[in-house]
Design a protein around this ligand. Structure first.
Ligand code: HEC
Ligand code: HEC
Ligand code: HEC
Ligand code: HEC
Ligand code: HEC
Length: 446
């Protein structure tokens, strides 16, 4: 509730910024490309940081295939048909191609045209930010001051190419929040990584986004710089298998170890978020799917799939995989007026899904975060939270006596498969990544 209040306040305050800097939507067309230096200029001295950045999603925020598809095939056509979301035609670029947004060059040329939009979120944008305007960082409300002075984490440095000034702000999670919190045109938080972090244990302990996503290691921040501890620029997140590995810990145990052949096994699975400063999944929650799959294999090698026990909370139907249709609002952009939708989950029926569903103005589940008017139950795993799932399984009549092995697998996809197939998004985007596994057993007696 408190979250919603802050958000409403932020929305009200936005138009009244006359006294402060021009930020957010109002900054559209207030700058030119020439105000910002190209990343290749920085590369000549900051060689290592440049290579790291080119490998990160930051440098692909505009060119990445799925971004291109969602922007050009859904968001832009939708914006042309529905006044309520017309602003996203420009607005998506405020975070994905910020300098094109500032230059008023929106929609920017397609990635294949190799324009400066392809620089995506680049060096000179981040390193000329001085602060943010308003109460809550969100929707690109950073203040930009391009020019000779670059803002950095350390005081008193000198560079032959530019001036540097220490800036406390860019060392904080609030800086990241300017793009990692997003409010939809309907006033709903459709991205809230920063808010999740701020309400959680890590902010309270002074651990910022940079500590996990830009860890410091020994090296030189520029060719001619002295050795020091340097903030790495790999911005590894959901696109990095190593970052996803073990993001949630998985353990399981039976309530009873020894069962008669006509008994019932009760298996408990615990899921612990010990690695992430925010909920999992976070960020593009509308696209992501994380699900728990449990199987049992008897001593003869026969395998069964176990559905999760429902808990009975409101909205739970969105957290258990089912054969239902969703995402009908893609029909607006795609000119399919009676579009029946596509499969919601694309994962084994009965599996527990850790997600928060987004709903369009007609109450249908959507992956179009800009068309989101309300949110459903938040069944994600918060920082340092443990969730317990139970699987009650009446032993089948044909089970072989001996050891029955239970296997749990926590899976993750960046984009639900049915949507990826429908929009022809390259398969890597919906590839299944196993975050963690666990095993336990019971002994079955004749
Ligand atoms: C001609 C070489 C050169 C070029 C080109 C250059 N820099 Fe630098 N930059 C340096 C040096 C040297 C330092 C000081 C590093 C030190 O002493 O640790 C520095 C420091 C910085 C700092 C401050 C780092 C801190 O620890 O606070 C930032 C930020 C920065 N540069 C950004 C940029 C950006 C953005 C570009 C491109 C627009 C760029 N630089 C281009 C040489 C260069
Ligand atoms: C100017 C806007 C902007 C700022 C400021 C910003 N980001 Fe991002 N960030 C983005 C965008 C846009 C993407 C999505 C890239 C894509 O299209 O996949 C992204 C992606 C990421 C990813 C990759 C996520 C994944 O799915 O793999 C991480 C990690 C990340 N940012 C961390 C940070 C951190 C930490 C900060 C603060 C130091 C920060 N970002 C500041 C815009 C920004
Ligand atoms: C998404 C925003 C973002 C982008 C893009 C970005 N940086 Fe940074 N950079 C930061 C932040 C934040 C820090 C400080 C992290 C900290 O100290 O916690 C930083 C630190 C630095 C430092 C000082 C490193 C140190 O610890 O001494 C240099 C130099 C630098 N960046 C240069 C660059 C260059 C060159 C590029 C492009 C190739 C670039 N940055 C791209 C956000 C960004
Ligand atoms: C304690 C370490 C930690 C902190 C603090 C932290 N993160 Fe993360 N973050 C992770 C890990 C681990 C993952 C990979 C698991 C995942 O994708 O959910 C991740 C994933 C992400 C993703 C991808 C999420 C997804 O599911 O697509 C983004 C974006 C991101 N972080 C941004 C941020 C921002 C912005 C902050 C600060 C507001 C932050 N992180 C703070 C550890 C951290
Ligand atoms: C307030 C900043 C902001 C705005 C506005 C914004 N995005 Fe994003 N977008 C992000 C960030 C940050 C991420 C990375 C989140 C994550 O990795 O989970 C992201 C991720 C995405 C992704 C997923 C990328 C991937 O590789 O998985 C797509 C697609 C996308 N955005 C498209 C859009 C479109 C289309 C719009 C306009 C309707 C838009 N974005 C508006 C900040 C923004």
């Amino acid at each position: 509730m408190r979250l919603r209040m802050t958000l409403a306040l932020g929305a009200v305050l936005l138009p009244g910024l006359a006294a402060g800097a021009v930020v957010g939507d109002a900054a559209h067309g207030t700058r030119s490309y020439a105000d910002y230096e190209k990343p290749q200029v920085c590369a000549s001295c900051h060689d290592d940081i440049y290579q790291q950045w080119t490998q990160s999603m930051m440098s692909q925020a505009y060119t990445h295939h799925w971004d291109e598809i969602e922007y050009f095939e859904l968001a832009v056509p939708h914006a042309g048909k529905d006044e309520m979301v017309a602003g996203v035609r420009d607005g998506c670029n405020g975070c994905h191609a910020p300098v094109s947004f500032l230059a008023g060059d929106t929609p920017p040329p397609r990635p294949e045209e190799n324009s400066r939009a392809n620089e995506s979120v680049h060096c000179d944008l981040c390193h000329t930010v001085t602060g943010f305007e308003g109460d809550v960082p969100h929707n690109f409300n950073w203040i930009t001051a391009p020019g000779r002075t670059k803002t950095g984490p350390k005081p008193g440095l000198s560079s032959p190419h530019h001036d540097t000034v220490e800036n406390e702000f860019i060392k904080t999670g609030d800086f990241c929040g300017t793009c990692h919190n997003e409010m939809s045109p309907y006033g709903v938080w459709v991205k809230s990584t920063h808010l999740e972090w701020k309400e959680g244990p890590y902010f309270a302990q002074g651990v910022h986004c940079q500590d996990c996503h830009m860890p410091k290691g020994p090296g030189r921040s520029a060719k001619m710089a002295a050795e020091s501890m340097v903030a790495q620029h790999l911005f590894h997140g959901a696109h990095d298998p190593g970052k996803l590995n073990g993001a949630i810990e998985l353990r399981m145990n039976p309530l009873e170890r020894e069962l008669d052949y006509d008994g019932t096994a009760v298996i408990k699975v615990q899921l612990f978020n010990g690695k992430c400063g925010h909920k999992v999944p976070s960020g593009s929650v509308e696209d992501r799917i994380m699900w728990l799959d449990v199987t049992a294999t008897d001593s003869a090698g026969k395998t069964w799939h176990l559905p999760v026990d429902p808990k009975g909370f409101a909205g739970e139907e969105y957290t258990i995989a089912a054969e239902v249709l969703a995402y009908q609002d893609m029909g607006i952009a795609k000119d399919l007026p009676d579009f029946a939708g596509i499969q919601r989950d694309g994962v084994p029926v009965g599996d527990r899904i850790f997600r928060m569903p987004y709903f369009d103005p007609e109450g249908r589940m959507t992956i179009q975060q800009w068309n989101t008017k309300s949110l459903g139950v938040d069944y994600r795993i918060g920082p340092r939270e443990t969730k317990i799932e139970t699987f009650t399984w009446t032993l089948p009549a044909d089970i072989a006596p001996g050891r029955v092995t239970f296997r749990a697998e926590l899976n993750y996809q960046k984009l639900v498969t049915p949507v990826a197939v429908f929009l022809d998004v390259p398969a890597e985007e919906s590839a299944t990544h196993v975050i963690n596994e666990a095993v336990t057993w019971v002994e079955v007696f004749d």
